[in-house]
Design a protein around this ligand. Structure first.
Ligand SMILES: *Cc1c(COP(=O)(O)O)cnc(C)c1O
Length: 362
């Protein structure tokens, strides 16, 4: 008998997504739950995106523009980079997959910090890549330890800045030095899914490093600050050569019609992005002060989510909060058994989270 599944897939377990509200309410027979588990935008989608999607709904019998021309044009203007250095994906996750699919041969190594976003390892495993993990240092990505881990088999390094789930960002100066200490044949993915939330001026985006490090891929998403996670659209910047190579394996219609329309409008919605940032900062101030009052430890963040240390342990806290209709993320699968991760919600959601946390801990 032939082996049915590819060997690398046999060992793969599916990504554990945050529990959807609908599922929780169906299971427990409750209503009015809140979800603070997937770093989604609590304000909902960008209103400009909603309007554009409604206006375009009657065109969905057409295939979308396979080149995402207008989106690349607008992103090109916004970020001052040529259109042929921009690629759109079905979420930025698809672009991670495109990089790995295009460049990683079975057995070649990818260096990942740990803990970081779990999707990276799933994608690498599915292409039979070898994962080399480098532990965080004080919850931050340890660039010098990553440098030490580089070997002749290393092909790709993935860095999430700021890092999910710890919320820590890297200094631009340090990234610059890091890139210039690497052998020049390594692809570096800098996933900047949360960069718009960062308030530390030293943690600026690495877009300007694209010039000096030709194998850099910088990723962004519409899922968080623009509130469009359900549409599935993200974008990446890389050299013309890298974009060209990825376009060979990219499906022609990977970004659907409504996603393109919504994202195009969302890019003009500076007001919404600003509102999101303010809500996040105000929410963090409130949540930090309440956790200080209760006496719980937490890791200050450069994003819209952060880690909280719980004396009950991650799993028990998650379970008890769930029964109260508050969905948080247990950090067990990230190797942080005493931590939960929450994202900032609306003011009333933040209050409910604190009240529920106090209840389950007492
Ligand atoms: C949420 C998130 C993304 C966004 O992925 P999409 O596919 O664009 O929705 C990317 N990277 C990290 C680390 C994230 O947490």
């Amino acid at each position: 008998m032939k082996r049915l599944m590819r060997k690398c897939i046999e060992k793969l377990t599916p990504y554990p997504p945050g529990k959807p509200i609908e599922e929780l309410e169906r299971e427990l027979g409750i209503v009015g739950s809140i979800k603070l588990a997937s770093n989604e935008n609590p304000l909902g989608p960008s209103p400009k995106a909603i309007k554009a999607i409604k206006e375009n709904i009657n065109n969905i019998h057409r295939y979308p523009d396979g080149s995402c021309y207008y989106l690349r044009q607008k992103l090109s203007k916004k970020f001052g980079l040529p259109m042929n250095k921009i690629i759109l994906g079905n979420g930025s996750n698809e672009i991670i997959k495109l990089v790995v699919h295009t460049f990683l041969s079975p057995g070649e190594e990818v260096i990942l910090p740990f803990p970081t976003y779990l999707m990276y390892e799933k994608i690498i495993q599915s292409f039979a890549g070898k994962i080399v993990t480098v532990p965080l240092f004080n919850f931050s990505i340890d660039l010098s330890a990553i440098l030490t881990a580089v070997s002749s088999k290393t092909k790709i390094i993935i860095i999430n800045n700021p890092n999910n789930p710890t919320g820590m960002g890297l200094n631009k100066k340090d990234i610059f030095q890091f890139l210039h200490s690497l052998p020049s044949d390594l692809i570096v993915i800098l996933d900047e899914a949360y960069i718009e939330f960062s308030t530390d001026p030293n943690i600026a985006s690495s877009l300007e490093l694209l010039e000096s490090y030709p194998l850099l891929v910088v990723l962004r998403t519409f899922s968080k600050t623009y509130g469009l996670a359900g549409l599935r659209i993200g974008y990446g910047f890389a050299s013309e050569t890298i974009v060209d190579s990825m376009n060979r394996v990219r499906q022609p219609f990977n970004v659907n019609y409504l996603a393109q329309a919504g994202a195009l409008a969302a890019l003009d919605d500076d007001e919404f992005v600003e509102k999101t940032r303010t809500l996040t900062q105000d929410g963090l101030v409130f949540l930090y002060s309440q956790l200080d009052r209760i006496g719980l430890g937490y890791i200050p963040t450069q994003t819209n989510f952060f880690l909280i240390k719980t004396p009950l342990g991650a799993h028990e806290t998650y379970q008890r909060m769930l029964k109260e209709g508050v969905i948080v993320r247990s950090m067990e699968s990230f190797g942080l058994n005493d931590y939960i991760r929450i994202n900032v919600g609306l003011p009333e959601e933040n209050k409910r989270f604190i009240k529920t946390l106090e209840k389950v801990l007492s």
